[in-house]
Design a protein around this ligand. Sequence first.
Ligand code: F6R
Length: 368
Amino acid sequence: EKGGFDWFMRKEIYEQPKAVADTLLGRHTDDGALTLDEIRISETELRNIAKIIIIAAGTSFYAGMVAKYAIEHWCRVPCEVELASEFRYRDPIVGPTTLVVAISQSGETADTLMAIRHAREQHARVLAICNTNGSTIPRESDAVIYTHAGPEIGVASTKGFTTQLAACYLLGLYLAQVKGTMYGDEIHAVVKELESLPPLMQQVLDNAQPVLDLAARLVDQPSVLFLGRHVGYPVALEGALKLKEIAYLHAEGFAAGELKHGPIAIIEPGMPVFVVVPPRGRDQLHDKVISNIQEIRARGARPIAIAEADDATVEEFSTTVIRLPKVSTILQPLVAVIPLQLFACELATVLGHDVDQPRNLAKSVTVE
Ligand code: F6R
């Protein structure tokens, strides 16, 4: 059942190329137009959506953070992301022109379920992104995009996350198509790139040895930090969450730009700091993250750069470089998260923990 792997989690990490490919399968016509047939909300209603609120918990919340970057960029609709457990307790502004997107692997998370019930009482339209057919959250939603990860057994979510990312990208592109905020050929180009990603995810898995070796070298660390910027920020948060969950280590993710506003004070000599480096592009994101790496190194910490293949700028100041294939910035989380998942899985294994059944955690949290 574990297919030769030591843990379900590791097996599920390796299943990600297929899980993402399956989630993307059959979503567009030959001429490139997206058809998300599970969407039972009319195009007119979708065109009138004035605000999107994404609600989710844990890892699914981080997928939602990535979705916000993509949706606002592609669809020009204001998009908030909120922790499901906070949503209904703060009297949120929700109405008939609000689209609430609930992201839940299990479809049974009580916080998320209560949040969508609250949203529906306020007449919002609810769309669920879910991995479990017929579970409660999609049953109580107006529309569903199912992820096709297959059953996720490891408590720590991995293929759940990457398939949620794929579904969020599809949703963003679909809304852009409906709202006319992107040209058909622009949408088609992104869809093509998305479809080219599973083999690139496979490359990351095939070249994972350096990250596994790193886990063996870092067993004695009391604390590990993760930095990222733009969509690399939620990836950093996810890397930290994975480590907390299964390695029981103090781990924190920060937005790289916030470093100088406080967190840099906790950087100590020898501290491992993973840095998700954005692809080099026309904006200054990349160069700013490189300066962060220099600052960390100047304080004697160990920057571990996760950067695209031919990016030589990371080498001078990083103690370790983990390479990623070249992809667009907005899609980079699909490949960038993989080394972080593997690192957590390997470190927890080396530490002798039960990776699939971490202490104090349950696979689906059905109480608020
Ligand atoms: C992290 C993890 C949790 C879940 C969260 C939401 O590895 O498993 O943080 O992501 O409890 O669960 P779903 O997506 O089932 O609503």
